[in-house]
Design a binder for this molecule. Structure first.
Ligand SMILES: Nc1ncnc2c1ncn2[C@@H]1O[C@H](COP(=O)(O)OP(=O)(O)OP(=O)(O)O)[C@@H](O)[C@H]1O
Ligand SMILES: O=C(O)C1=C[C@@H](O)[C@@H](O)[C@H](O)C1
Ligand SMILES: [Mg+2]
Length: 171
């Protein structure tokens, strides 16, 4: 049997990794995973709780381990957490184990898409626009560094973005 291939979605909060990842997996009949959801499953607690109790450092340790484990698989679509790329080990791991697709959007869209969601603890203390700008400055080069493909999600539906990824990766 031919080796199954993996697609890993990276990018900032609200870029659409979870939404587009699910859509992509459905279309390609691949298994879908989401590192944030997997952390919640393993801890039995939500992301905000993990940040509260273990701090961001504790969360990042869990995130690295979850991504390592999930990338052992073949034939999956994985939506990663927005900050997972700050780990060099995770960047190397994603590059080595599948196609890395960077979902890019504007800060304005990120603010609008994350406005009513309490699952993103980093946006709870301060002005979301400013926080997202600061994160973009430090993280965008890391997304770019490992991206095999960059796709804009600001003006297209999840379905259209998903079709574009399939076409451009030749899956
Ligand atoms: N292409 C799109 N067009 C319009 N709305 C979208 C699009 N993609 C995602 N959304 C909406 O934006 C919100 C955030 O999307 P999603 O949770 O998929 O982002 P994410 O990249 O997984 O973020 P995080 O890094 O925080 O997990 C959801 O309400 C989703 O329905
Ligand atoms: O950008 C980030 O650092 C985060 C993004 C989300 O996917 C979650 O992993 C968490 O809210 C942290
Ligand atoms: Mg997500």
């Amino acid at each position: 049997m031919a080796e199954k291939r993996n697609i890993f979605l990276i990018g900032p909060m609200g870029a659409g990794k979870s939404t587009i990842g699910r859509q992509l997996a459905n279309e390609l009949h691949l298994e879908f995973f989401d590192s944030d959801a997997e952390i919640e499953k393993r801890t039995g607690a939500d992301i905000a709780w993990v940040f509260d109790v273990e701090g961001e450092e504790g969360f990042r340790t869990r995130e690295e381990k979850v991504i390592f484990d999930l990338t052992e698989k073949q034939g999956i679509v994985l939506a990663t957490g927005g900050g997972s790329v700050i780990s060099k080990e995770t960047r190397n791991r994603l590059s080595a184990r599948g196609f890395v697709v960077y979902l890019e959007t504007t800060i304005e869209k990120q603010v609008a898409r994350t406005a009513r969601d309490k699952r993103r603890p980093l946006l709870q203390n301060g002005e979301p626009q400013e926080i997202l700008e600061n994160l973009a400055e430090s993280r965008n080069p890391l997304y770019e560094e490992i991206a095999d493909l960059v796709v804009k999600t600001d003006n297209q539906s999840a379905k259209v973005v998903s079709r574009e990824i399939i076409d451009r990766l030749g899956f």
